[in-house]
Design a protein around this ligand. Structure first.
Ligand code: ZN
Length: 255
């Protein structure tokens, strides 16, 4: 009897250890690519072939930091952030994924987008002269006003930032930035109107002043004129942040 119960314990212990791995394997076997329907290898929502074929900005031609590209520097002449890193122009499939995430509640896509962002970010890090240690980096996300958060039920930038930071072992502080003012949509507004609309919209929560690091990575889903990021970056720099990289899935420059 005693032998039997010991055996049961061993079996249960072994099963509990192996079960998560088994579930992971099964999930991969039954998962298929959101783009082509083929079996996935490294991520449950995209196969390796489609991942290799994504319309990323071509870093071998323009570099990872988009601000080093004259055409973009001209479109965004006054930035309070130091580097701009985006995966791709606002086009399929990224535009569709962002749309499904924001307006159709497909929150699993935030994890996919963060995964792709982290993969590219790792490539960027290897191209830098200086090593950026994880503890020197603080990840933040562009906050939504609480009213909008309640309407949508989540903040897509927060979800992406959360997964991104987790994959890279970075500190993420979702409560450091506050959005105090309800702003109108920025779509269709001129540069001056956008700045006026966003004036005093953001704040830094004094409870987290101590957590500000030398290098901040600010995450948003789409960057257009950079006005929102500029407002936030000005605040962060006033508080002693030295360099800021604006990280987004897409860059959709206004025409
Ligand atoms: Zn595929």
């Amino acid at each position: 009897m005693e032998f039997g119960s010991k055996l049961n314990k061993v079996i249960i212990l072994n099963l509990s250890r192996k079960l998560p791995l088994l579930i992971k394997k099964i999930r991969f076997l039954i998962s298929c690519c959101t783009l082509c329907g083929n079996v996935c290898q490294q991520h449950q929502l995209i196969c390796q072939y489609c991942q290799n074929d994504l319309p990323y900005f071509k870093e071998h031609l323009i570099g990872f930091d988009l601000l080093s590209w004259p055409a973009i520097k001209q479109a965004l002449p006054k930035t309070s952030f130091d580097h701009l890193f985006s995966l791709a122009p606002y086009q399929w499939p990224f535009s569709t994924w962002i749309n499904q995430l924001k307006y159709h509640g497909k929150t699993e896509l935030a994890e996919l987008l963060a995964y792709l962002l982290a993969q590219r970010w790792k490539q960027y890090l290897t191209s830098l002269d200086k090593e950026l240690k994880p503890k020197e980096i603080l990840v933040l996300s562009v906050p939504l006003h609480v009213t909008k958060w309640q309407e949508r039920g989540f903040n897509q930038a927060h979800l992406i930032a959360q997964y991104f930071a987790k994959q890279l072992n970075y500190n993420y502080q979702p409560e450091l930035l506050l959005r105090d003012k309800i702003t109108q949509t920025q779509v269709g507004k001129s540069g001056a109107e956008r700045r006026k609309n966003l004036a005093n919209a953001f704040n830094i929560n004094p409870e987290f002043f101590d957590e500000l690091a030398g290098h901040v990575v600010l995450i948003d889903d789409v960057v257009t004129t950079g006005t929102t990021a500029n407002e936030i970056c000005r605040l962060l720099k006033k508080r002693g942040v030295q360099t800021i990289t604006l990280l987004s899935i897409c860059l959709a420059l206004p025409n």
